[in-house]
Design a binder for this molecule. Structure first.
Ligand code: HEC
Ligand code: CU
Length: 351
Protein backbone atom coordinates (compact mmCIF):
# COMPACT_ATOMS: atom_id res chain seq x y z
CA UNK A 1 0.00 0.00 0.00
CA UNK A 2 1.62 3.27 -1.07
CA UNK A 3 1.14 6.74 0.27
CA UNK A 4 -1.54 7.57 -2.22
CA UNK A 5 -3.77 4.70 -1.43
CA UNK A 6 -3.28 5.39 2.26
CA UNK A 7 -4.36 8.93 1.63
CA UNK A 8 -7.45 7.73 -0.14
CA UNK A 9 -8.20 5.19 2.48
CA UNK A 10 -8.52 7.81 5.11
CA UNK A 11 -10.02 10.45 2.86
CA UNK A 12 -13.47 9.37 3.92
CA UNK A 13 -12.92 10.71 7.40
CA UNK A 14 -12.38 14.29 6.29
CA UNK A 15 -9.43 16.36 5.20
CA UNK A 16 -6.42 14.61 6.59
CA UNK A 17 -4.33 15.69 3.58
CA UNK A 18 -0.62 15.19 4.21
CA UNK A 19 -1.02 13.73 7.64
CA UNK A 20 -2.37 10.69 6.02
CA UNK A 21 -1.19 7.84 8.12
CA UNK A 22 -3.65 5.17 8.73
CA UNK A 23 -3.49 3.89 12.21
CA UNK A 24 -3.28 0.17 12.27
CA UNK A 25 -4.04 -1.64 15.41
CA UNK A 26 -2.79 -5.06 16.25
CA UNK A 27 -2.47 -7.50 19.09
CA UNK A 28 -4.81 -8.76 21.73
CA UNK A 29 -5.06 -9.20 25.46
CA UNK A 30 -7.76 -10.42 27.71
CA UNK A 31 -9.35 -8.02 30.10
CA UNK A 32 -10.75 -9.48 33.25
CA UNK A 33 -14.30 -9.20 34.49
CA UNK A 34 -17.43 -9.48 32.45
CA UNK A 35 -15.98 -7.86 29.39
CA UNK A 36 -15.29 -9.79 26.28
CA UNK A 37 -11.66 -10.04 25.23
CA UNK A 38 -10.53 -6.56 24.33
CA UNK A 39 -7.82 -5.95 21.86
CA UNK A 40 -4.61 -4.18 22.54
CA UNK A 41 -3.91 -2.39 19.39
CA UNK A 42 -0.79 -0.64 18.34
CA UNK A 43 -0.62 2.29 16.07
CA UNK A 44 2.01 1.75 13.41
CA UNK A 45 2.92 2.71 9.92
CA UNK A 46 0.50 1.49 7.34
CA UNK A 47 2.02 -1.68 6.00
CA UNK A 48 -0.70 -3.18 3.92
CA UNK A 49 -1.70 -5.75 6.50
CA UNK A 50 -5.28 -6.58 5.85
CA UNK A 51 -7.92 -7.35 8.42
CA UNK A 52 -6.73 -4.67 10.85
CA UNK A 53 -8.96 -2.11 12.42
CA UNK A 54 -8.32 1.30 10.95
CA UNK A 55 -8.75 4.47 12.92
CA UNK A 56 -8.78 7.84 11.26
CA UNK A 57 -8.37 11.25 12.81
CA UNK A 58 -11.76 12.71 13.65
CA UNK A 59 -13.22 15.86 12.15
CA UNK A 60 -11.25 18.34 10.09
CA UNK A 61 -8.80 21.12 10.69
CA UNK A 62 -10.26 24.56 10.00
CA UNK A 63 -8.01 27.59 10.57
CA UNK A 64 -5.66 25.59 12.75
CA UNK A 65 -8.40 24.10 14.94
CA UNK A 66 -9.53 20.49 14.69
CA UNK A 67 -13.32 20.73 14.60
CA UNK A 68 -15.03 17.45 15.47
CA UNK A 69 -18.80 17.07 15.31
CA UNK A 70 -19.79 14.51 17.97
CA UNK A 71 -23.26 13.00 18.20
CA UNK A 72 -24.69 11.75 21.48
CA UNK A 73 -27.60 9.36 21.25
CA UNK A 74 -29.26 6.62 23.27
CA UNK A 75 -26.89 4.91 24.01
CA UNK A 76 -23.60 5.75 22.31
CA UNK A 77 -21.42 8.43 20.78
CA UNK A 78 -20.22 8.95 17.23
CA UNK A 79 -17.40 9.00 16.50
CA UNK A 80 -16.18 6.78 19.29
CA UNK A 81 -13.31 6.99 19.95
CA UNK A 82 -12.72 10.62 19.02
CA UNK A 83 -9.19 10.60 17.57
CA UNK A 84 -7.09 13.76 17.85
CA UNK A 85 -3.41 14.75 17.98
CA UNK A 86 -1.53 15.87 21.09
CA UNK A 87 -1.11 19.62 21.57
CA UNK A 88 -3.42 20.66 18.75
CA UNK A 89 -6.36 23.01 19.28
CA UNK A 90 -9.60 21.07 19.35
CA UNK A 91 -13.22 22.11 19.15
CA UNK A 92 -15.82 19.39 19.81
CA UNK A 93 -19.28 20.33 18.60
CA UNK A 94 -21.41 17.95 20.62
CA UNK A 95 -25.09 17.49 19.97
CA UNK A 96 -27.73 15.17 21.28
CA UNK A 97 -29.90 13.50 18.68
CA UNK A 98 -32.69 12.35 20.93
CA UNK A 99 -33.16 13.00 24.62
CA UNK A 100 -31.18 15.00 27.16
CA UNK A 101 -27.66 13.67 27.70
CA UNK A 102 -24.51 15.20 29.13
CA UNK A 103 -20.81 14.86 28.45
CA UNK A 104 -18.21 14.56 31.16
CA UNK A 105 -14.49 14.24 30.40
CA UNK A 106 -13.12 14.04 33.94
CA UNK A 107 -9.43 14.43 33.08
CA UNK A 108 -10.11 17.63 31.15
CA UNK A 109 -12.61 18.94 33.70
CA UNK A 110 -15.30 19.16 31.06
CA UNK A 111 -18.93 18.76 32.10
CA UNK A 112 -21.70 19.97 29.80
CA UNK A 113 -25.37 19.20 29.56
CA UNK A 114 -26.65 18.34 26.07
CA UNK A 115 -30.20 19.35 25.35
CA UNK A 116 -31.72 17.82 22.22
CA UNK A 117 -30.94 19.87 19.14
CA UNK A 118 -28.77 22.42 20.98
CA UNK A 119 -25.13 21.78 20.06
CA UNK A 120 -22.49 22.67 22.63
CA UNK A 121 -19.00 23.77 21.59
CA UNK A 122 -16.16 22.55 23.77
CA UNK A 123 -12.69 23.96 23.10
CA UNK A 124 -9.42 22.73 24.53
CA UNK A 125 -5.82 21.98 23.71
CA UNK A 126 -5.34 18.26 23.20
CA UNK A 127 -3.55 16.74 26.21
CA UNK A 128 -0.67 14.25 26.30
CA UNK A 129 -1.03 11.17 24.12
CA UNK A 130 -3.24 8.53 25.68
CA UNK A 131 -6.86 7.58 26.13
CA UNK A 132 -9.26 9.81 28.04
CA UNK A 133 -12.64 8.45 29.02
CA UNK A 134 -15.83 10.38 28.66
CA UNK A 135 -19.35 9.40 29.61
CA UNK A 136 -22.92 10.60 29.77
CA UNK A 137 -23.79 12.60 32.88
CA UNK A 138 -27.56 12.29 32.58
CA UNK A 139 -29.15 8.98 33.50
CA UNK A 140 -30.98 8.78 30.21
CA UNK A 141 -32.47 5.28 30.06
CA UNK A 142 -31.80 1.55 30.35
CA UNK A 143 -28.60 1.70 28.29
CA UNK A 144 -27.11 4.67 30.11
CA UNK A 145 -24.39 2.62 31.82
CA UNK A 146 -22.97 1.64 28.47
CA UNK A 147 -22.95 5.20 27.14
CA UNK A 148 -19.21 5.56 27.43
CA UNK A 149 -16.62 6.80 25.01
CA UNK A 150 -13.07 8.05 24.91
CA UNK A 151 -10.71 10.49 23.34
CA UNK A 152 -7.71 8.83 21.73
CA UNK A 153 -4.87 11.33 21.64
CA UNK A 154 -2.10 10.38 19.22
CA UNK A 155 1.40 11.66 19.28
CA UNK A 156 3.35 13.18 16.48
CA UNK A 157 6.96 12.09 16.21
CA UNK A 158 8.35 15.27 14.67
CA UNK A 159 8.31 13.94 11.12
CA UNK A 160 4.58 14.25 10.86
CA UNK A 161 4.01 10.59 11.53
CA UNK A 162 1.24 9.78 13.95
CA UNK A 163 0.96 6.94 16.38
CA UNK A 164 1.46 5.82 19.91
CA UNK A 165 4.89 5.11 21.32
CA UNK A 166 3.49 2.44 23.60
CA UNK A 167 1.04 -0.27 22.60
CA UNK A 168 -2.33 1.25 23.29
CA UNK A 169 -5.26 -0.74 24.61
CA UNK A 170 -8.39 0.20 22.70
CA UNK A 171 -11.34 0.36 25.04
CA UNK A 172 -14.22 -1.91 24.41
CA UNK A 173 -17.73 -0.81 25.21
CA UNK A 174 -19.51 -2.60 28.05
CA UNK A 175 -21.86 -5.18 26.55
CA UNK A 176 -25.24 -3.66 25.77
CA UNK A 177 -28.63 -5.32 25.99
CA UNK A 178 -31.03 -5.69 23.15
CA UNK A 179 -34.13 -3.55 23.09
CA UNK A 180 -37.18 -5.77 23.62
CA UNK A 181 -40.26 -3.55 23.71
CA UNK A 182 -41.57 -0.29 25.13
CA UNK A 183 -43.96 -2.11 27.44
CA UNK A 184 -47.26 -0.54 28.37
CA UNK A 185 -48.99 -1.12 31.67
CA UNK A 186 -51.57 -3.40 30.00
CA UNK A 187 -48.80 -5.57 28.53
CA UNK A 188 -47.41 -6.39 31.95
CA UNK A 189 -50.44 -6.51 34.24
CA UNK A 190 -51.21 -10.12 33.24
CA UNK A 191 -47.72 -11.08 34.46
CA UNK A 192 -47.99 -9.81 38.01
CA UNK A 193 -49.29 -13.05 39.50
CA UNK A 194 -46.03 -14.85 40.12
CA UNK A 195 -46.28 -17.33 42.99
CA UNK A 196 -44.20 -16.97 46.15
CA UNK A 197 -40.87 -18.65 45.93
CA UNK A 198 -40.67 -18.26 42.17
CA UNK A 199 -38.40 -15.25 41.81
CA UNK A 200 -34.63 -14.96 41.76
CA UNK A 201 -33.16 -12.58 44.32
CA UNK A 202 -29.77 -12.48 42.58
CA UNK A 203 -31.33 -11.60 39.25
CA UNK A 204 -33.43 -8.79 40.80
CA UNK A 205 -30.46 -7.39 42.66
CA UNK A 206 -28.33 -7.42 39.53
CA UNK A 207 -31.04 -5.80 37.41
CA UNK A 208 -31.56 -3.06 39.99
CA UNK A 209 -27.97 -2.01 39.29
CA UNK A 210 -27.84 -2.78 35.60
CA UNK A 211 -31.04 -0.87 34.82
CA UNK A 212 -29.63 2.20 36.63
CA UNK A 213 -32.15 2.14 39.54
CA UNK A 214 -29.29 2.01 42.05
CA UNK A 215 -27.89 5.29 40.77
CA UNK A 216 -30.82 7.20 42.24
CA UNK A 217 -32.42 4.84 44.75
CA UNK A 218 -30.89 3.44 47.88
CA UNK A 219 -32.01 0.12 49.32
CA UNK A 220 -30.10 0.84 52.49
CA UNK A 221 -32.38 3.26 54.22
CA UNK A 222 -31.20 6.64 53.01
CA UNK A 223 -32.28 9.28 50.48
CA UNK A 224 -28.78 10.39 49.73
CA UNK A 225 -28.77 9.35 46.09
CA UNK A 226 -31.31 11.96 45.06
CA UNK A 227 -34.34 9.73 44.49
CA UNK A 228 -36.61 8.38 47.24
CA UNK A 229 -35.28 5.54 49.37
CA UNK A 230 -37.17 2.46 48.26
CA UNK A 231 -36.55 0.44 51.42
CA UNK A 232 -38.31 2.86 53.75
CA UNK A 233 -40.97 1.30 55.95
CA UNK A 234 -43.84 3.60 54.95
CA UNK A 235 -43.50 2.78 51.27
CA UNK A 236 -46.22 0.22 50.59
CA UNK A 237 -46.90 -0.36 46.94
CA UNK A 238 -48.85 -3.20 45.40
CA UNK A 239 -47.30 -4.98 42.44
CA UNK A 240 -49.48 -2.99 40.06
CA UNK A 241 -48.74 0.34 41.76
CA UNK A 242 -45.03 -0.37 41.60
CA UNK A 243 -45.27 -1.22 37.93
CA UNK A 244 -47.14 2.03 37.30
CA UNK A 245 -44.47 4.07 39.15
CA UNK A 246 -41.75 2.58 37.00
CA UNK A 247 -43.55 2.74 33.67
CA UNK A 248 -44.98 6.22 34.16
CA UNK A 249 -42.69 8.09 36.52
CA UNK A 250 -44.21 11.46 35.67
CA UNK A 251 -47.78 10.44 36.45
CA UNK A 252 -47.44 10.93 40.19
CA UNK A 253 -44.53 13.00 41.49
CA UNK A 254 -44.13 13.69 45.17
CA UNK A 255 -43.72 17.47 45.82
CA UNK A 256 -40.30 16.86 47.26
CA UNK A 257 -39.13 15.41 43.95
CA UNK A 258 -40.93 17.77 41.62
CA UNK A 259 -38.45 19.32 39.17
CA UNK A 260 -38.76 23.06 38.59
CA UNK A 261 -37.65 25.12 35.62
CA UNK A 262 -35.53 28.19 36.29
CA UNK A 263 -34.57 30.74 33.66
CA UNK A 264 -31.48 32.65 34.75
CA UNK A 265 -28.58 34.20 32.85
CA UNK A 266 -30.27 33.26 29.60
CA UNK A 267 -30.27 29.56 30.30
CA UNK A 268 -32.81 27.07 31.52
CA UNK A 269 -32.05 24.89 34.51
CA UNK A 270 -34.41 22.06 35.41
CA UNK A 271 -33.96 20.38 38.74
CA UNK A 272 -35.19 19.49 42.19
CA UNK A 273 -35.11 22.26 44.80
CA UNK A 274 -32.85 21.23 47.68
CA UNK A 275 -32.92 24.51 49.51
CA UNK A 276 -34.74 27.80 49.15
CA UNK A 277 -34.44 31.18 50.84
CA UNK A 278 -35.49 34.72 49.91
CA UNK A 279 -32.16 35.22 48.18
CA UNK A 280 -31.47 31.95 46.47
CA UNK A 281 -32.43 28.46 45.35
CA UNK A 282 -30.15 25.44 45.51
CA UNK A 283 -31.10 23.15 42.63
CA UNK A 284 -30.03 19.59 41.81
CA UNK A 285 -30.10 19.28 38.07
CA UNK A 286 -28.96 15.74 37.29
CA UNK A 287 -29.69 12.81 39.54
CA UNK A 288 -27.64 9.68 39.67
CA UNK A 289 -24.35 11.02 38.37
CA UNK A 290 -22.04 13.10 40.48
CA UNK A 291 -22.80 16.72 39.81
CA UNK A 292 -22.82 19.62 42.20
CA UNK A 293 -26.08 21.41 42.98
CA UNK A 294 -26.47 24.78 41.26
CA UNK A 295 -27.01 27.96 43.29
CA UNK A 296 -29.39 30.36 41.60
CA UNK A 297 -29.75 33.87 43.04
CA UNK A 298 -33.35 35.09 43.09
CA UNK A 299 -32.17 38.41 41.62
CA UNK A 300 -30.86 36.61 38.52
CA UNK A 301 -34.20 34.97 37.72
CA UNK A 302 -35.72 36.20 34.50
CA UNK A 303 -39.05 34.52 35.20
CA UNK A 304 -40.85 32.98 38.13
CA UNK A 305 -39.74 29.34 38.52
CA UNK A 306 -42.36 26.94 37.15
CA UNK A 307 -43.04 23.30 38.03
CA UNK A 308 -41.98 20.82 35.33
CA UNK A 309 -44.18 17.94 34.19
CA UNK A 310 -41.42 15.40 33.61
CA UNK A 311 -39.93 13.41 36.45
CA UNK A 312 -36.15 13.19 36.65
CA UNK A 313 -36.64 9.42 36.65
CA UNK A 314 -36.31 8.19 33.06
CA UNK A 315 -39.27 6.42 31.46
CA UNK A 316 -38.97 3.11 29.59
CA UNK A 317 -36.40 1.61 31.92
CA UNK A 318 -37.94 -1.83 31.39
CA UNK A 319 -37.61 -1.83 27.60
CA UNK A 320 -34.61 -4.16 27.39
CA UNK A 321 -35.86 -6.83 29.77
CA UNK A 322 -37.74 -10.09 29.39
CA UNK A 323 -40.99 -10.62 31.33
CA UNK A 324 -39.21 -12.92 33.81
CA UNK A 325 -36.55 -10.28 34.40
CA UNK A 326 -39.19 -7.61 34.99
CA UNK A 327 -40.79 -9.92 37.54
CA UNK A 328 -37.44 -10.41 39.27
CA UNK A 329 -36.84 -6.66 39.40
CA UNK A 330 -40.33 -5.87 40.73
CA UNK A 331 -40.00 -8.63 43.33
CA UNK A 332 -36.66 -7.22 44.46
CA UNK A 333 -38.10 -3.71 44.93
CA UNK A 334 -41.19 -5.08 46.72
CA UNK A 335 -38.91 -7.16 48.95
CA UNK A 336 -36.95 -3.95 49.71
CA UNK A 337 -33.80 -5.84 48.93
CA UNK A 338 -34.47 -8.49 51.58
CA UNK A 339 -33.66 -12.05 50.46
CA UNK A 340 -35.97 -13.45 53.19
CA UNK A 341 -39.08 -11.96 51.53
CA UNK A 342 -41.93 -14.35 50.48
CA UNK A 343 -41.12 -13.87 46.81
CA UNK A 344 -38.03 -15.93 47.48
CA UNK A 345 -39.48 -18.48 49.91
CA UNK A 346 -41.14 -21.68 48.91
CA UNK A 347 -44.55 -21.24 50.59
CA UNK A 348 -47.62 -20.78 48.46
CA UNK A 349 -49.73 -18.29 50.43
CA UNK A 350 -50.38 -15.64 47.79
CA UNK A 351 -49.64 -11.99 48.45
C1 HEC B 1 -32.21 9.41 37.44
C2 HEC B 1 -32.70 8.96 38.73
C3 HEC B 1 -33.63 7.77 38.80
C4 HEC B 1 -33.48 6.51 38.26
C5 HEC B 1 -32.36 6.02 37.35
C6 HEC B 1 -34.59 5.73 38.72
N1 HEC B 1 -35.40 6.50 39.50
FE1 HEC B 1 -37.08 5.87 40.43
N2 HEC B 1 -37.44 7.78 41.04
C7 HEC B 1 -36.60 8.87 40.87
C8 HEC B 1 -37.23 10.06 41.41
C9 HEC B 1 -36.65 11.47 41.41
C10 HEC B 1 -38.48 9.65 41.94
C11 HEC B 1 -39.52 10.54 42.60
C12 HEC B 1 -40.32 11.30 41.60
C13 HEC B 1 -41.23 10.42 40.81
O1 HEC B 1 -42.07 9.73 41.42
O2 HEC B 1 -41.11 10.39 39.60
C14 HEC B 1 -38.58 8.21 41.69
C15 HEC B 1 -39.64 7.41 42.09
C16 HEC B 1 -39.65 6.04 42.06
C17 HEC B 1 -40.64 5.21 42.72
C18 HEC B 1 -41.79 5.71 43.58
C19 HEC B 1 -41.24 5.84 44.99
C20 HEC B 1 -42.17 6.46 45.98
O3 HEC B 1 -41.66 6.86 47.02
O4 HEC B 1 -43.37 6.55 45.71
C21 HEC B 1 -40.29 3.91 42.48
C22 HEC B 1 -41.00 2.67 42.97
C23 HEC B 1 -39.09 3.93 41.66
N3 HEC B 1 -38.72 5.24 41.43
C24 HEC B 1 -38.43 2.80 41.20
C25 HEC B 1 -37.36 2.83 40.32
C26 HEC B 1 -36.80 1.66 39.68
C27 HEC B 1 -37.24 0.23 39.91
C28 HEC B 1 -35.78 2.11 38.88
C29 HEC B 1 -34.94 1.27 37.91
C30 HEC B 1 -35.67 0.50 36.93
C31 HEC B 1 -35.71 3.56 39.02
N4 HEC B 1 -36.68 3.95 39.88
C32 HEC B 1 -34.78 4.38 38.39
C33 HEC B 1 -35.37 8.83 40.27
C34 HEC B 1 -34.85 7.75 39.57
CU1 CU C 1 -27.13 9.40 28.68
Amino acid sequence: MGHNSVGQGIGVSGSMSNRGWTILLIGAILLTGCRRPAQVKRASRPNGDSGQTELALSGEVVDGVRVVPVRAFSFDWAPNPVVIVAAESVKLVVRSDDTTHGIVIPDLEINEKLLPGQPVEIEFIAPEPGAYDFFCSVVCGWGHNSMTGYLLVLEEDGTGELGMAQPMPLREKPPQRQFVKDYRFEDLVPHLDWPDGSRSFESGQKLFVEMTCSKCHSMEGSDNLGGPNLARADLKLSRAELLREILEPSKRIDDKYRPWTFIADGRAIVGIILEHSDQHYLVQENLGEASAPIKIMSDDLEEEPSPAELSLMPAQLLSAMSIAEIQDLLAYVLAKGDPRHESYQGNTSGE
